[in-house]
Design a protein around this ligand. Structure first.
Ligand code: TYD
Length: 145
């Protein structure tokens, strides 16, 4: 994954890049994820983004409690990560690597390639009240914490 660093407090408390196991096989490769073993939560929900038109962006919010693992299972996209102090962009383009978001982090996804599929494993069921959708609100929560 290519990282573009900008100045500020480290994001590493909130975000971790995870190398998943990859079983290489002439019949095709296989990667697996077990809740509580490869990621620090039991998976309560799975969703995926696909058919994202060129130039479109997703995300643009943070979560109070949700933990997520994001994987580019096909194609590539960029994830902008922001903890209220530091912002960086990570390019996701490998089905055996994931971005683990452990705590409060603003995320934006853009630069989707044709055919990209963004798989997300989530620690909670969908709950709108867990979202922070306004960036100024996020900054005040993040900087308070
Ligand atoms: P949102 O999380 O804002 O999308 P993204 O961050 O990928 O751009 O969700 C978009 C819409 O989909 C919103 O109306 C809520 C709905 N939604 C669900 O109903 N369940 C889900 O698990 C998710 C992720 C979204």
């Amino acid at each position: 994954m290519k990282e573009i660093k900008k100045s500020g407090t480290s994001l590493s408390d909130a975000v971790e890049l995870i190398d998943l196991e990859r079983l290489s096989d002439p019949r095709g490769n296989l990667t697996f994820i077990e809740g509580g073993r490869h990621i620090p939560f039991d998976v309560q929900r799975v969703y995926y983004l696909y058919d994202v038109p060129a130039g479109e962006a997703r995300g643009g919010h943070a979560h109070h409690n949700l933990q997520q693992l994001i994987i580019a299972v096909a194609g590539s996209f960029d994830v902008i990560l922001d903890n209220g102090f530091e912002r960086k962009t990570v390019t996701c383009n490998r089905p055996f690597q994931g971005i683990l978001m452990k705590s409060l982090v603003w995320r934006e996804l853009n630069n989707f390639s044709s055919g990209a599929v963004c798989l997300v494993l989530a620690s909670m069921k969908y709950e709108e009240s867990d979202y922070i959708r306004n960036y100024e609100d996020f900054i005040s929560v993040a900087r308070k914490g």
